[in-house]
Structures are given as C-alpha cells and as structure tokens.
Design a protein around this ligand. Structure first.
Ligand code: QUE
Length: 359
C-alpha cells in the first residue's frame, strides 16, 4: 500500500487525499492504482454515498503524471510498461467520468495535465482564485491526453485549441468557461466546505445537498480573459492543420495583435509534432463525442507519442536537466510528416469502414 495517496472514509464520504506534496501531488502509477481500486470498491459500498478528491499542500491539487518514470521506461526498452501506465491512468479517468455517485474535487493551486484528468471529469469541480489550469504537454513532446478532449469538445473549438496548443495557464474563470471547473470559492472556505461535503454524505439526496453547499459559498463569476482573447482570434483557428493555425497567428502577430503574439510565442516553442497531434486528436474527439472512444484514442496516441524521441527529449529539457532548451525532431511545422499520426488516428475514426470501402 502506498503512502502517496490517503484512502479512507469519514462518515459516509470516501476521501482520496493526494499526499505527494513536494512533487505537487503528481500521479505515480501506484497512486493511480490505489485511487482506481478505492473508486471500484466504493461504487458498490452502501456505506459510501459520495467521494471527495483533495490534494495536500498549498501548491495545488496535482501537477501532472509521472512522465519522468514513463521516459525511463521507454529509454530502457520497456514500452509495454509505458503503455500500461497510460492505460491505467485513462481507465481511472473513465471511471471518474462515469461514476454513479457524486465525486467532489477540490481544484486549488496547480491543476495540470493528469490533475485535470483526475478532477475535471468529476461531477462537482471546485476551483479557487489561486487555481491555475493548464495542459502543457506540447512542451514535453507529448499531447493533451487524460480524456480532456471529452470535456473540451463541448466548448467552442477555437477556445479549446488555444488552450491546448498554447499550454498556457488559465485562472478559475477561464476554467469554468472551458468546462474544466464548475464553481470558484475563496481558498479560506475549503476547510469548512470539506466538513459540509462530508455532512452531505449523510443526506437523503447528497447531490442536492452538495449543490446547495457549493452555491452558498461560490464567488461571482469573473471575466474569462483567456477565452475572450481567443474569441478575437476565432478565424485563425479555422486552419486545417496546426501549421495553418500557427501561420495565421504569426501573421496577426506581425500586424501587432498582442493576443495573437502571446499565443504564437507559446506555441512556437513547442514540439511541432505535438502541436499537430493535439490539433488532430481534438478535432477527431469533436466527432467521437464519447468518453470511452476518446480514451481509447488517447491510449493509442500516448503509446505512439511516448515512443517518439521528442518525448524523451522534452521531458529531459523540462523536468530532468531543466535547461528548457529541447531540440525537436522534426524542428519545424513544415517538416512534420503527419502520415504516422494519421495511421494512429485513422483506426479511431468511426466512419473509417466507409472510407476503406470506397477507396
Ligand atoms: C509539461 C508537462 C508536464 C510538466 C511540465 C510541462 C507534465 C508533468 C509534469 C510534472 C510536474 C511535477 C512533477 C512531475 C511531473 O510537468 O505532464 O513528476 O513532480 O507531469 O511543461 O506535460
């Protein structure tokens, strides 16, 4: 049993407490296994009526997954172990997304990558004014996984793509606008809220009780600045490929558009193959519109992307050597051959049978 996550009950509430504070509660395989086992057990336990997900420490709920460990697996020839890690993680994301009992997630501080997968699929997602949400995988040669596209297909495409391709951190109001959070409460209220959610587990109808409790402390909605900026650039995101989108943003940046310039600069530093994978997987998800189908696509794409040298290089540059100077291969959008990517995604296109027959 790992100590990296606390699993227990208080009254009739199941409590999951991420306990790896010095790594901002980044998810190891052991933590994912323990969380999944607890959720599976509580699903059929009449003594548990709701689940609370929280993270220890001021810094945040969860900064991501164990990409350093996955890199070590790939570099030592254990690509099946890497695939198993992602399969386990995405199974947990699916379990949370389809859970029959209410799950309440406290999204304080950093909520990034795997942290979004752990919390944003829950029924009640509580952010604070200090929350910072991001999907920064393009910075490490990976793609935006954990079924985030099963949430983001419900928002406007240009907003979703701006968030995913830039990897930029957004605040709570934008997370609500993107569908990644439901409410914003003052950080100082989280302790009281925790106690009241545990009380709600005793109510005849926990959902009604939880909704009333959250509504009672929720702050008024602030302006969603990131989404508003993305809205002014909507046409730039109508390009066919990530390369088109970058070219459109570069052109607007050249005309002095500051929002285009900020997004372009963030994207231009990212792995070119990641940008193409992120744009294409998001667009495919908008047609799949199903959590299991999108997670199945994520599993195949994760195995493909983690096996590319850009992933080892990106994790090295950002998390191992921390020089923040990755050398991408290919290094430019123009050189990205999307054939291999297309092959990975093609098997997940629901209309594939039609296309095969007609060709
Ligand atoms: C991009 C990413 C990740 C990242 C930083 C990026 C990511 C991830 C982590 C991370 C953070 C703290 C940890 C840890 C991993 O950082 O996916 O083990 O302690 O998991 O720029 O995609």
């Amino acid at each position: 049993m790992t100590t990296e996550v606390g699993i227990g009950t208080e009254g009739r509430a199941g409590i999951i407490t991420l306990n790896r504070e010095k790594a901002i509660n980044a998810l190891t395989g052991e933590m994912i296994a323990a969380i999944s086992a607890a959720l599976a057990r509580w699903a059929d336990d009449p003594n548990v009526t709701l689940v609370l997900v929280e993270g220890r420490g001021e810094k945040g709920l969860c900064a991501g997954g164990d990409v350093r460990a996955v890199r070590d697996m790939v570099l030592s020839g254990r690509s099946e172990a890497a695939r198993a890690y992602f399969t386990l993680e995405y199974r947990m994301n699916g379990l949370i997304a389809t859970y029959k009992k209410p799950i309440v997630a406290f999204q304080h501080g950093f909520v990034m990558g795997g942290g979004i997968g752990l919390s944003s699929h829950a029924r009640y997602r509580i952010a604070t004014p200090a929350s910072r949400f991001a999907m920064p995988e393009a910075a490490i040669g990976f793609f935006c996984d954990v079924g985030v596209n099963a949430i983001l297909y419900q928002t406007a495409e240009h907003r979703a793509l701006a968030f995913l391709l830039s990897g930029m951190q957004v605040e709570a109001a934008d997370a609500v606008a993107l569908g990644l959070a439901d409410a914003v409460v003052p950080e100082a209220e989280l302790g009281t809220l925790r106690g009241r959610v545990i009380e709600a587990a005793l109510a005849a109808d926990p959902d009604t009780a939880i909704a009333a409790i959250i509504g009672g402390v929720a702050l008024d909605q602030e302006a969603a600045g990131f989404c508003a900026a993305a809205d002014t650039l909507r046409l730039a995101f109508e390009g066919q490929s990530a390369a088109d989108i970058l070219a459109n943003l570069a052109s607007l940046a050249g005309e002095g558009d500051p929002a285009a310039s900020a997004l372009y600069q963030a994207m231009a530093a990212h792995c070119p193959t990641s940008l193409e994978a992120i744009a294409q997987s998001h667009r495919l998800a908008r047609r799949l519109r199903s959590v299991p189908a999108i997670l199945a696509m994520d599993t195949e794409l994760a195995a493909f992307m983690a096996g590319r040298s850009d992933f080892a290089e990106g994790v090295r540059a950002v998390l191992v050597d921390k020089d923040r100077a990755p050398r991408w291969s290919p290094a430019t959008m123009a050189e990205v051959g999307s054939d291999a990517l297309e092959r990975v995604l093609d098997s997940h296109r629901p209309w594939r049978a039609l296309m095969v027959r007609s060709s």
